[in-house]
Design a protein around this ligand. Structure first.
Ligand SMILES: [Zn+2]
Ligand SMILES: [Zn+2]
Length: 316
């Protein structure tokens, strides 16, 4: 399977990227172009796997049925742009560049680049355990980023785009404002650099974590049971975060993959309820507008929130 994906990426590289880069005089980026193509293919496969798992689930026990599900299509566009276009570019190309430069600079100046294995030598030769530990630390960082994005007015103005969807499905995970995505990538990348995630592990971590996040947005009446709910975030758990009453400052269930942080920091709500989703303060364009309308309105709300006394958004 992996060699098959590699060969598809090789073909994209050979027939699309190299001729394009040659035309644009960007041949020095050839190797990185292959890295992007490879992870764009992985991203496309991930979307296909998510689709294959989530569509039957959503057909099996949907929380809501919509006679007209046009609003869902915008989320499909968000997913394709993010998973196949931007995520591979940032997670592979950018992370690789930054880490190589940073490690080179640290080594030149007599420092040893940080890694978890160096901090805990017993982890050496335990790649699976290290991978899981990296995922847990990054998930904690995600919890705080998400919680703070509800805390500040300007940040909520951007993040409210994620909450505006009234027809939430597994596609909704990638429904984010571009600025919010950029902040998220820097946040995630910085933590990954600090704990020494290697450039090859980084895209894999993103693939695994994002698959679980997509599942948690699925329009399915699904809980993992008393214990399961406390181990991994279920669609029921994350849906409460998207409930109409939970939009804004006073929310619950901020976690991305693990519910542990919500339990530790007392923001967990395990009640077995399924509310309608959406942000009543967001306006119609944020909910059902086109991709660019949503981006534009989100940006306007962001600027409004930054201006002194700006009534850019009603933040409860
Ligand atoms: Zn949120
Ligand atoms: Zn969400």
């Amino acid at each position: 399977m992996i060699s098959f994906l590699d060969s598809i990426a090789g073909k994209i590289q050979e027939f699309v990227l190299v001729p394009l880069m040659y035309q644009l005089g960007l041949m020095q980026w050839e190797e990185l172009g292959f890295g992007w193509a490879l992870f764009a293919v992985y991203g496309a496969v991930q979307v296909a796997i998510t689709f294959a798992v989530c569509v039957p689930l959503e057909k099996w026990r949907p929380v809501e049925n919509w006679p007209d599900n046009k609003a869902v299509w915008v989320d499909v566009i968000y997913t394709c742009i993010s998973r196949v276009g931007i995520l591979p570019l940032i997670t592979f190309v950018l992370f690789w560049q930054v880490q190589t430069a940073l490690n080179g600079w640290l080594t030149d100046n007599g420092y040893v680049p940080p890694t978890l294995e160096r901090l805990f030598p017993s982890l050496l030769g335990q790649p699976v355990i290290t991978f899981i530990l990296y995922a847990i630390i990054l998930d904690l960082a995600e919890y705080w980023r998400h919680r703070l994005s509800h805390r500040y007015r300007w940040w909520w103005a951007l993040h409210s785009l994620h909450h505006a969807q009234r027809q939430m499905t597994f596609w909704s995970d990638d429904r984010n404002h571009l600025l919010d995505d950029i902040i998220a990538f820097f946040w995630f990348g910085l933590v990954a650099l600090l704990i020494g995630v290697s450039p090859m592990q980084f895209p894999l971590l993103v693939l695994v974590l994002r698959f679980l996040e997509s599942l948690s947005h699925a329009n399915v009446r699904l809980s993992f049971g008393w214990l399961g709910e406390r181990l991994l975030i279920s669609p029921r758990f994350h849906r409460l975060h998207h409930g109409v009453d939970a939009a804004g400052r006073r929310s619950c269930n901020y976690g991305a993959v693990l519910p542990w942080w919500d339990m530790i920091f007392r923001t967990a709500d395990f009640s077995p309820r399924y509310f309608p989703t959406g942000d009543p303060t967001g306006g119609e364009l944020m909910a059902t507008g086109t991709y660019w309308q949503q981006q534009r309105v989100g940006f306007g709300r962001f600027i409004g929130a930054l201006l002194p006394g700006g009534a850019g958004n009603a933040h409860r």
